[in-house]
Design a protein around this ligand. Sequence first.
Ligand code: SF4
Ligand code: SF4
Length: 239
Amino acid sequence: MNKQLILDTIYEKFDQWSSTVPAVCGKGCATCCTQEVTVSAPEAEKILQYILDHQKLDWLAERVKLYQPPKPPTSTTNEYAQACFNQQEIEQPENRDGGICPFLIDNCCSIYEIRPFSCRCFISETPCSKVQPAEVPEYYLSGSTAVQQLLEHMGQNDYWGNLFDVLLALATVYEYSEIGNCLSADGSADRAKQRVKWAKPLPGFLLTEEDMEKVGPLLQSIFESDIEGKTIEEIFNGR
Ligand code: SF4
Ligand code: SF4
């Protein structure tokens, strides 16, 4: 499975679908970069590959030193969905304060082109601040959650969690050991591994019939996308 190609396709389809939302977001507006950012492994690998390709290893090591780990999420998006389907009591995931993101430099994202989905989908129709939450239509939130579920499904059985925890945990894997060797040997990678969770398969979407009217076309455009001769739906179904 070419996960990076699938990831780029999902990002592209989401951008097309969400382009009609009149977001006021712009360069230098970055209050949202203090929110917790959760990622699946393929999203974090995109960033690590960029670091390797551009030999920004020392730069990443400096960024990691600024990382203040927030409390880890209590459940992954798909765990939460599964619990809802099982009618279990479970804490609802919400946007939580994650401290200033170490990738934020001079109020701009230093990895903007390869930023993870949680950052891509965080927009607002009105200027937001610490006391004024972002405003988006309900169907947009449902569509964003559905895509989060798909990204977790794609990264199932691999790390899932806070962006810097997943980056640190993955940097201990052989493929990214060049990065891991550059990071401080202060035990932060081991602590990150204890904070991350394992991504789970998709148990079904948390969508109402009303949501489906707006979100259905997004999911259809993703599932029908061709990746090297197979649709994403065929790939996700193991065909
Ligand atoms: S979500 Fe809010 S803080 Fe973030 S860029 Fe948009 S308007 Fe600015
Ligand atoms: S990765 Fe970029 S967009 Fe996302 S929170 Fe950090 S600085 Fe903001």
